[in-house]
Write a protein that binds this ligand. Structure first.
Ligand SMILES: NC(=O)c1ccc[n+]([C@@H]2O[C@H](COP(=O)([O-])OP(=O)(O)OC[C@H]3O[C@@H](n4cnc5c(N)ncnc54)[C@H](OP(=O)(O)O)[C@@H]3O)[C@@H](O)[C@H]2O)c1
Length: 375
């Protein structure tokens, strides 16, 4: 039986790699739908090659060879066994909820879903008996290490440290967009690459890990590991540490997530060799330089709507940075300011979450316009 899958964001970094995985496992998958934002040329090439029944793009009239359908309709289609949510930003949340409501398993790459509404999404998945399999290499690593969460004392999330690990705060403050996008290990979409440079990405991962594995924030540790060979680890109550290691490639966690619980050779290109790894380094993150990580822990511990606020302020400020309107560390200033003025709602509904998201984005834009020097 072929597993029926839809990919939200098939034209993005994760989406394209997912199709490379599926191309190697043609007899295992049937693609129900592919979705894009603006890149309809690539979407139409993908439609020609993978022949999905349905497709979505921002300009639906430009879709050739598949029946246009909204993202929400795609996620409500019970033909799907699993949906890979690989769109970037807040647009991942609603379709994920629709898919869960329809009993469809989720391979989750989109970070913002759990950062914005982790409690609601995880509770709904439990109620509907839906699996949420993480795609992010760190959470995928933890997912592979855990047998019984009640025996786990600590989650250890590794971070490459990004392009500014060995740079000063001043160098980071004056970094150009090009320098910020030059990640030493991973080739990813622009928004997540900026988050990796500020270490906000690691902060978002800590919040995701809290929701995915139901672990208290005080038991989630971040360690900088520049080689990105150890993808993350867990410490059991008896002191045993189990880590998942491998070459830095997103193909492996993507394949794991969409084929779970089975494993196939699929995309594997090279066998892992310990003797080819010269060294593995680990160090504590510098929280003075990478303030974003501390802010994310603070938002996570505050709970409720605090992480929605963090996410909205960060996403909006990252867009402003990418547009060349502000400096890199202005992102952190904006996030901190928004967190200070935010009025916490302890258990927000999904509508309240979207309202807070909108409000914080608006305030972030106003704050950046008013208070931050232009580049
Ligand atoms: N890349 C990684 O290695 C990695 C690792 C772990 C987690 N993640 C997470 O996975 C998610 C995707 O990351 P990515 O790096 O693949 O991002 P990306 O390369 O920027 O791709 C984003 C995808 O979302 C689509 N999209 C954007 N806005 C849209 C809209 N308004 N409506 C419909 N589709 C829209 C894009 O379509 P168009 O390109 O056609 O406009 C593209 O297909 C993010 O949440 C990220 O944090 C990524």
């Amino acid at each position: 039986m072929r597993r029926k899958i839809s990919i939200l964001g098939s034209t993005g970094s994760i989406g394209r790699q997912a199709l490379e995985v599926i191309d190697k496992l043609k007899d295992k998958f049937e693609i129900i739908a592919l979705t894009a934002g603006n890149n309809t040329d690539l979407l139409n090439e993908q439609i020609k090659k993978f022949k999905p029944k349905y497709a979505y793009a921002s300009d639906i009239n430009s879709i050739c060879g598949a029946e246009p359908l909204s993202i929400d309709e795609i996620c409500a289609n019970k033909d799907n066994d699993i949906i890979l949510v690989a769109v970037s930003g807040k647009i991942g949340l609603r379709p994920t909820i629709t898919a869960i409501n329809n009993g469809i398993d989720i391979a989750l790459a989109n970070k913002e879903t759990l950062v914005m509404a982790g409690e609601i999404v995880m509770a709904l998945a439990k109620e509907k008996g839906v699996n949420i399999i993480p795609v992010d290499s760190e959470h995928c690593a933890i997912h592979q290490c855990i047998k019984d969460i009640s025996d786990v004392d600590k989650l250890i999330i590794t971070a490459s440290g990004g392009p500014f690990l060995r740079k000063t705060t001043e160098e980071m403050a004056n970094a150009t967009v090009e320098q910020t996008l030059a990640h030493p290990r991973w080739n990813m979409g622009r928004k997540i690459t900026v988050d990796s440079a500020t270490l906000m990405n690691k902060g978002l991962e800590v919040i995701e890990a809290h929701h995915l594995f139901n672990m208290d924030y005080k038991n989630i540790e971040v360690v900088v590991h520049p080689q990105s060979i150890v993808h993350s680890a867990i410490e059991y109550v008896d002191g045993s540490v189990i880590a998942q290691i491998g070459l830095p490639s997103m193909h492996i966690p993507i394949q794991y997530a969409i084929t779970y619980p089975q494993r196939f050779e699929g995309i594997k290109s090279k066998s892992f060799s310990f003797s080819e790894i010269a060294r593995l380094d680990f160090e504590k993150p510098d929280l003075q330089k990478f303030r974003a990580l501390e802010l994310a822990y603070r938002a996570g511990k505050n709970g409720g709507s605090a992480t929605t606020c963090l996410n909205a302020a960060n996403e909006e400020a990252v867009f402003e940075f990418l547009a060349g309107k502000i400096k890199l560390l202005d992102i952190i200033k904006a996030v901190e300011e928004m967190m200070c003025v935010h009025k916490l709602i302890e258990s927000p509904s999904i509508d309240e979450i979207f309202a807070i998201d909108e409000e914080v984005r608006q305030k972030t834009k106003e704050f950046l316009k008013k208070s931050v020097c232009k580049v």
